[in-house]
Design a binder for this molecule. Structure first.
Ligand code: CMC
Length: 422
């Protein structure tokens, strides 16, 4: 059978036949039928807005691969910086390439003193760390006038390096500010994840990063590094399509991530588990969700109609972290909630399973992070994905400025009335 689709405009009898490649047909064929005809696809449920060679996702089968490598293998064998290199460059690095990349990232972790003294110190004392993160990513770009030189590869690579190196510093700074703690400068002798934990939690000279916890942090960073065309990455691409600099685009992407339906879900899960409070309350809570009172946070996904493979890996890692930190008391409630939901017809029929955010908050809390930091922990590694998509978009000759059309449903033409006559 031919891999084509034939569209018929019943109003005119015109037809157009168009090729289907990789499950996608080019909707510009519609314009051959009628230049004014549009497809109505709110929230892009049926729209492929780009070609991409970065991340592969099969939601029915629960498969996630970065540049072809299964997430399970990367989670077990790789490090976050190696995965970052893989995403950005398309191939795993050689030992020398990895050394050079890790050295470069490590030596770009400092930020201008004015960022801390003037910018961050200006926030209100109870500013949400994610709000601080969003705005400080945008502000960071103002320190680098060359950031606008986006079609100069050397310059773009420099901004990419700066952003990846500095987002943990910005994140830790937001946390220390909100706690009223003195800022801890980056330590170039530590790995990416160790350095982040050190900047977060060091108080006095005795603090030593536990290697098991640093590995858990690194693993969580690997799992969050990219996830194809999600809401934040789409925001990154839309902003980038107007040729904004990567800092401004990343701030836009981080803003999208902030929402509770996206990266804000991990924080919402923790609040939900606390609200449930005891195992006995689980069935009533699930019933109230089924009755339409809110959602089961950390459940469901636009693409996964099966277990989110990241959730499976995180759940396993949680036990390793709890060996060091002691069990998070909310774990039992989460397990009971999962079990109740996955056996319930409401969730089965809608193919709702735990997503990446369901268990990540439990580890984050065990590592010592307050719930307000959870989305920031998602944003740090996702910066790599955003920048990879940014570069891919700029080099894609088929892309133009994003500019969807609308179905107008407002008033037809009418005359202005004077204020006294209204
Ligand atoms: N709890 C209860 N019901 C749900 C949930 C949930 N978590 N998610 C979806 N449903 C129901 C929804 O009400 C709808 O029911 P009906 O057909 O009766 O109207 C049906 O399932 C289909 O849901 P949808 O809203 O059409 O699905 P979507 O693809 O638009 O939304 C989602 C995906 C992730 C926004 C949604 O599942 C959700 O809000 N989940 C909770 C928030 C969450 O955990 N977000 C993190 C997503 S994973 C990480 C990331 O990408 O950031």
């Amino acid at each position: 059978m031919a891999d084509t689709i034939t569209l018929i405009d019943d109003r005119t009898g015109k037809t157009v036949t168009v090729a289907i490649n990789d499950g996608v047909f080019n909707s510009s064929a519609l314009r051959e039928l009628d230049p004014d005809l549009r497809m109505y696809d709110p929230a892009f449920l049926s729209t492929a807005a780009c070609s991409s060679s970065i991340t592969y996702l099969d939601g029915e089968a629960g498969i996630l691969r970065y540049r072809g490598y299964p997430i399970e293998q990367l989670a077990e064998k790789s490090t976050f910086l190696e995965v970052a290199y893989l995403l950005l460059n398309g191939e795993l690095p050689t030992a020398d390439e990895l050394d050079e990349w890790a050295f470069d990232v490590t030596h770009h972790t400092f930020i201008h003193e004015n960022m801390r003294k003037r910018f961050v110190d200006g926030f209100h004392y109870d500013a949400h760390p994610m709000g601080m993160f969003v705005s400080s990513v945008a502000a960071l770009g103002t320190f680098y006038p060359d950031a606008k030189d986006i079609f100069n590869k050397q310059s773009l690579d420099r901004q990419t390096l700066r952003l990846i190196a500095k987002v943990p510093t910005l994140a830790a700074m937001a946390y220390r500010f909100s706690m009223g703690l003195p800022f801890v400068y980056p330590d170039n002798s530590l790995s990416y994840s160790e350095n982040f934990l050190n900047m977060m939690f060091k108080v006095g000279d005795d603090y030593k990063v536990d290697p098991v916890l640093a590995r858990a942090m690194d693993l969580l960073f690997i799992l969050h590094a990219d996830h194809e065309q999600n809401c934040g990455t789409t925001a990154m691409r839309v902003v980038a399509s107007s040729q904004s600099d990567p800092y401004s685009a990343a701030a836009g992407a981080a803003s999208a991530l902030y929402g509770p339906l996206h990266g804000g879900a991990n924080e919402a899960v923790l609040h939900m588990l606390r609200e449930i409070g005891t195992l006995e309350n689980v069935p009533a809570f699930v019933q109230s969700v089924k009755d339409g009172n809110g959602k089961l946070m950390g459940f469901g996904h636009r693409v996964y109609k099966n277990y989110d493979p990241r959730a499976t890996i995180i759940k396993k890692a949680a036990y390793e972290v709890f060996e060091v930190t002691g069990k998070n008391p909310l774990l039992d409630i989460a397990l009971k909630l999962e079990q109740t939901a996955v056996e319930d017809e409401y969730f089965i029929s809608r193919k709702l399973y735990p997503n990446v955010d369901f268990y990540s908050g439990l580890i984050y809390e065990a590592l010592g992070f307050p719930a307000e930091m959870f989305t920031v922990l998602f944003a740090i590694p996702r910066t790599v994905g955003w920048l990879t998509h940014y570069a891919e978009l700029l080099s894609d000759k088929e892309q133009k400025i994003s500019r969807p059309r609308q179905r107008y449903t407002g008033a037809s033409e009418r005359n202005y009335t004077k204020i006294e006559a209204r």
